[in-house]
Design a protein around this ligand. Sequence first.
Ligand code: FAQ
Length: 309
Amino acid sequence: MTLEAQFERTLAKDQRIEPRDWMPDAYRATLIRMIAQHAHSEIIGMQPEGNWITRAPSLRRKAILLAKVQDEAGHGLYLYSAAETLGVDRSELTEKLISGKQKYSSIFNYPTLTFADVGVIGWLVDGAAICNQVPLCRSSYGPYARAMIRICKEESFHQRQGYELLMTMMRGTEEQRRMVQDATDRWWWPSLMMFGPPDAESPHTAQSMAWKIKRHTNDELRQRFVDMTVPQAEALGVTLPDPQLKWNPERGHYDFGEIDWAEFKRVLAGQGPCNAQRLARRRAAHENGAWVREAAAAYAAKQAGRRAA
Ligand code: FAQ
């Protein structure tokens, strides 16, 4: 049996491709692109919420937020390790992120204006991330699928903490309720964009589905997210900012309005409200951390020398 036939047979049997298995170059390149983009998203995704750590309204909220942002760092490192099993180096990927050659999720280019944004990110952004990532636990590439299991567990906790924070604010003052509504208005549409372009304009979906990297299309997952979120908004007492949002009994799904794809393209092209700031911060953190990496490498070399002696 040829190597290619073996690869196809593994996929057909719904088994996992592992790092030492033969795989087509394009399969490897697709996974590197997707896992790197995912890892970069977790790392850049620390910034919008990190913005509120020093200004959290109580010690309890501060401890929760610190833990969540730390989890995101952990997810990023975990995912860089998964990418490294495909033969790339983390430093190479970081270089591509800070030089703008690799993408990260569009959602992290929007500002966090009030503390309600922290809750709405947990509710909507982590909610969308879970919708997108639970099926990736069955992705055909072993290290990515396994990484997703733990990450999804932590994302579920993040989603609940966001929702709990919003429930608390909704029980508070009129001003707090207004803050929650305002944050919902600003994050709803960008959350729908997280799922990527519509299927008809998604260049990678068909091939990634055939390779069982992706298990559902962008539009399928976006619909699943809308269906899941509408009742949550009702329970919370906020209005989702879409007058066309309506239950369609024939389809058994909610219909929703047209997404502003021009805005999505602008954000991907680097022209979102915070793109420049996010990348500049990441670049500065990387440069300021150079001495730590050098010290760690020097220490590792010293230890290796001692072991050899
Ligand atoms: N933003 O052909 P498709 C999180 C790009 S969750 C930016 O549809 P594909 C947790 C796409 O890469 C967020 N770029 O591509 C958290 C491709 O680029 P190319 C991260 C986007 O791969 C929560 C081009 O457009 N999650 O961080 C976006 O089949 C709270 C064409 O698109 C993941 O990365 C976008 N929204 O499907 C952290 C999940 N959408 O060809 C902190 C894994 C598309 O120019 C706080 N990834 N593009 O290189 C995936 O599931 C997929 O890669 C999709 C895109 C669904 C994102």
